[in-house]
Design a binder for this molecule. Structure first.
Ligand SMILES: Cc1cc2nc3c(=O)[nH]c(=O)nc-3n(C[C@H](O)[C@H](O)[C@H](O)COP(=O)(O)OP(=O)(O)OC[C@H]3O[C@@H](n4cnc5c(N)ncnc54)[C@H](O)[C@@H]3O)c2cc1C
Length: 401
């Protein structure tokens, strides 16, 4: 890297740090969701949407996306710096996660020029929220079992069936939709098609589902003769499986190209360390317990290790033995760590851990909420068992059966 480039990067780092320090929103006075999967009230949604718009207008998301479509047109390193600063300063997350991290990169990779001009800028500004219609009551891990149908009728497709666990379904203007356009006998994957579908047409009804924590955030989306224009089809009819698989590589972080920013405000290993310093277990501060200290050290090492993994991935000499190991294992490592970490945080409280919705609960019950929410990410986007299979087959070369 030249000295000029180095100076430009350092100046940018300083600029970003100052901007977030000055513009980080005040506590809104109501509970914010932990991740984009738990946005359940209009006030939460509006607050987060305004925040994303502000960050975009300041130029700190979509930095590496093409200028022609509303991005910043700069090298990825600038986005990495801005995103890092958002994590460090723990600012609210970007609610349009599905648009920024999987629909957007997908459109940039395989979309038409018209798609890019129509959708990309409004994804960045949070003008258009996106959701994902892949899972169905009978098709989750086994996505090829998709039954929701799309039948061509003149200039439209008519959609019937239902999708489930649609995060942000009630706020979304568009859905990336996988639907069956024919009952191909050769393989269940043939006959699937991929759509960039509007949610505002008659016959689409997202019904909110309540979660373990009492929060909302996802829906069952019903389609009853919903007509969407035929030009919503992405790629060729019958080619949807391939497009869905590309989408999943973005969703699971196995491919780069996302717009940046964060999609959660979760508790981390340093928060748990701080908790251990002030809660009591067996009559003394948790941090004084040798077992607790030992566990904390191993959590801190694992947490820091995961943080450094993305930097490691960019150094070929450190990944050559197992190409793809870092990117293909990222979701599994991070989500399972969070689940174990939040479970451990409850064990620090002893019997108090049972108090979730109580005026005596530690920190207003945020640890219990985090623990219950931690299962979401170990399921959404492909369960941990499926991620283990992927690592086994694609990284370690183990047989499928
Ligand atoms: C919070 C949250 C948000 C979500 N948001 C969305 C969304 O916005 N859009 C969307 O389309 N979907 C969404 N999902 C759905 C998610 O993608 C599915 O729940 C997931 O793919 C699992 O599918 P399933 O629930 O049908 O479980 P199943 O596939 O029925 O799995 C049941 C169990 O069997 C195991 N299993 C299944 N197959 C295998 C196998 N081959 N090997 C080993 N174990 C196996 C699974 O690991 C799991 O433990 C969301 C889910 C959650 C929890």
């Amino acid at each position: 890297m030249s000295d000029v480039a180095r100076i430009e990067i350092e100046e940018f780092r300083e600029e970003v740090r100052n901007w977030f320090t000055e513009n980080k929103p005040q506590d809104p006075g109501f509970l914010l969701p932990e991740t984009f999967m738990e946005v359940g009230t209009d006030e939460q949604f509006e607050f987060l949407r305004d925040w994303q718009r502000k960050v975009y207008e300041a130029g700190y998301i979509g930095i590496s996306w093409p200028k022609d479509y509303g991005g910043g047109g700069r090298p990825q390193i600038f986005q990495d710096i801005a995103t890092r600063e958002m994590v460090t300063q723990r600012v609210p997350f970007m609610p349009n996660t599905i648009g920024l991290n999987w629909a957007g990169p997908l459109i940039l990779k395989v979309g038409t020029e018209e798609n890019k001009r129509k959708y990309i800028k409004n994804i960045l500004s949070a003008e258009d929220i996106w959701c994902q219609g892949f899972s169905e009551p009978e098709a989750g891990s086994d996505l090829g079992n998709t039954r929701c149908s799309a039948r061509r009728d003149g200039d439209d497709y008519i959609i019937n069936g239902s999708k489930i666990w649609t995060s942000l379904g009630t706020y979304a203007k568009y859905m990336i939709l996988l639907a069956r356009t024919s009952k191909e006998k050769s393989s269940k994957y043939a006959g699937l098609s991929f759509f960039l579908a509007p949610m505002g047409v008659d016959g689409i009804d997202p019904e909110p589902i309540q979660k373990l924590t009492g929060e909302y955030g996802f829906c069952q989306t019903f389609f009853d003769d919903a007509r969407i224009p035929a030009d919503c089809l992405m790629g060729e009819e019958g080619d949807g499986w391939k497009t869905a698989m590309i989408t999943l590589t973005f969703e699971r972080g196995a491919s780069g190209g996302q717009a940046g920013g964060t999609s959660m405000m979760e508790l981390n290993a340093y928060d748990v360390l701080e908790l251990a310093r002030r809660v009591r277990r067996n009559g003394k501060l948790a941090i004084e317990d040798t077992y607790v200290r030992e566990k904390l050290v191993s959590f801190l090492i694992e947490f820091r290790g995961n943080q450094l993994m993305s930097a490691r991935e960019k150094v070929p000499g450190l990944t050559g033995d197992w190409p793809g190991a870092v990117s293909l294992s990222g979701k599994l490592r991070n989500t399972e760590l969070r689940r174990r970490l939040t479970q451990f945080s409850l064990s620090l409280m002893g019997a108090n851990a049972a108090r979730f919705v109580s005026e005596n609960s530690v920190d207003g019950g945020k640890w219990q909420r985090s623990y219950l929410n931690s299962f979401s990410a170990t399921i959404g986007g492909g369960t941990s068992e499926i991620q283990h299979n992927i690592v086994g087959e694609r990284v370690l070369g183990l047989p499928k059966d």
